[in-house]
Write a protein that binds this ligand. Structure first.
Ligand SMILES: [Zn+2]
Ligand SMILES: [Zn+2]
Length: 467
């Protein structure tokens, strides 16, 4: 079952046997995290930089053996005001276990993942540190992943809220020069999650985690469509793995509202698994698609105008509810070759650049540069894509059929009291309309808005749903 060559080790001659279908979704977590990886029927050897995930009740004490396994004798514990108490408790366990941690407090309720906090931690760096133990969720993890990457120190994360899927990924979602960027960084090698702590997290953070999971309906659907149309790499096993934990999360909604520990653990597990799935695939496809780009654009806009924005997963949850009806509508469309060609013929590049400036502001030069390299608006490239789309239309419709109905998902998210509309987040109708059209430009990914552009139906769909 597990058969990839370990670095420096010898290749085991079992490839033929193990190329049979390997159902990742049936494997226990320890199996998924095996150092040598898993050779999958997709042809890839799937590996995660995480080697241990401890998820259970009242298991904070496990930090001692985890630190020992990482040879930590003087680790730094990094927490903020909200997670200070848990950090101190972890410190107490470590001292009792013969380890001498130092404590570094980010003296704020809400650190930003930016130059200030990375710089602040860096300035407190001591050569005696031989490991990093972060106590927190999204932002603290993002900051500590960067610090771990710079210092090469082993890194353990004590997750305090099931709020986003970045626990097990080796990129940090940062704000640099006021812009939202994803920076390659380190990944915690060990993750400790205590369901009793997770269930007590602020409800907004729990709702955010659920929103970040709900996104997977869209991302998995778009990944499959893109594979069909562009030949992009796709792994059915990874998709099934994410889908299975997504289903468990959705069954946990009622429990989440009551702060049920098992439900909070299910969401945390799903989020960790999504991070692992991304590292298995080597791309973010299993976990993020158009719904995430709504959120990225809203966040970039808020940053540019020095306004507050909501939690990533909260925005992503709303983005998911906006995306599903549009994708369902695509499934009912009848593509028209002449209409699509006429639309693309009248497409005005200068007009698009003006639109990019309006929506992306300071980030627009990099967006425009990306298009110059990528050439998705090139008429010849479009023609080729269009023929593929037309020939595979029924298959596209079948993939879309697998998406749940928006009304069902809305009820699920509603059970936890999560925000459901852009209005609740203070996002205007015009912003939703423009950000929808701009989702196709933010990354080099074939998503639903690109499909609509290829069909010559983007603006009319934007007007139909978001005017
Ligand atoms: Zn695979
Ligand atoms: Zn996300």
């Amino acid at each position: 079952m597990v058969c990839c060559p370990v670095q420096g080790g010898r290749r085991i001659q079992v490839r033929k046997v193990y190329m049979e279908r390997q159902e990742l979704s049936l494997l226990p977590l320890e199996e998924l995290l095996k150092k040598e990886g898993i050779l999958c029927s997709c042809g890839k050897c799937h590996k995660s930089p995480v080697d241990q995930v401890e998820l259970g009740r009242d298991n904070l004490q496990r930090i001692v053996s985890m630190a020992e396994e990482c040879n930590m004798k003087h680790p730094v514990i990094i927490a903020d005001r909200n997670t200070k108490e848990i950090g101190e408790k972890a410190g107490k366990f470590l001292r009792e276990g013969g380890i001498a941690p130092v404590f570094h407090l980010l003296d704020t309720d809400r650190p930003e993942p930016d130059e200030y906090w990375v710089g602040s931690v860096s300035l407190y760096y001591e050569r005696e540190w031989d490991g990093i133990i972060a106590v927190g969720s999204g932002t603290i993890n993002d900051i500590c992943k960067i610090i771990s990457s710079m210092t090469k120190l082993p890194y353990i994360l004590v997750g305090t809220a099931p709020s986003m899927d970045g626990y097990a990924s080796n990129t940090s979602s940062m704000v640099r020069d006021g812009l939202k960027v994803s920076i390659p960084s380190a990944c915690p090698s060990k993750i400790l999650l205590d369901t009793r702590i997770l269930a007590k997290a602020p409800m907004r953070m729990i709702q955010a985690g659920l929103g970040d999971m709900a996104a997977k309906y869209v991302s998995l659907c778009e990944w499959k469509i893109s594979h069909l149309l562009t030949g992009e790499y796709y792994c059915r096993e990874i998709a099934d793995l994410v889908k299975k934990s997504l289903d468990t999360c959705m069954e946990s909604c009622e429990g989440l509202a009551k702060r049920d520990e098992e439900a909070a653990g299910n969401v945390a597990y799903g989020l960790v698994l999504s991070g692992i799935a991304m590292s298995f695939a080597g791309i973010s496809r299993p976990a993020s698609g158009m719904e995430h780009y709504f959120s990225h654009i809203w966040e970039m806009n808020a940053l540019e105008h020095h306004q507050a924005h909501d939690l990533h997963g909260i925005q992503v949850g709303v983005g998911t509810l906006l995306s599903i009806p549009v994708i369902k509508a695509i499934g009912k469309m009848e593509p028209d070759r002449e209409k699509a060609l006429a639309y693309v013929n009248t497409f005005d590049m200068e007009e698009w650049k003006g639109f990019a400036k309006k929506v992306f502001g300071a980030a627009s030069p990099s967006i425009i540069k990306r298009e110059e390299e990528e050439q998705k608006y090139n008429k010849q490239f479009h023609k080729k894509r269009l023929e593929i789309i037309l020939s595979k239309w029924e298959e596209i419709q079948k993939i879309i059929d697998e998406l749940p109905e928006e009304t069902w998902l809305r009820e699920k998210l509603k059970e936890t009291g999560a925000p459901l509309t852009p209005e609740e987040l203070g996002i205007s109708r015009e912003m939703v309309h423009d950000s929808f059209i701009a989702t196709k430009d933010i990354r080099d990914k074939y998503i639903s808005t690109r499909l609509l552009w290829d069909l010559g139906m983007l603006e009319e769909t934007a007007d139909r749903f978001f005017r």
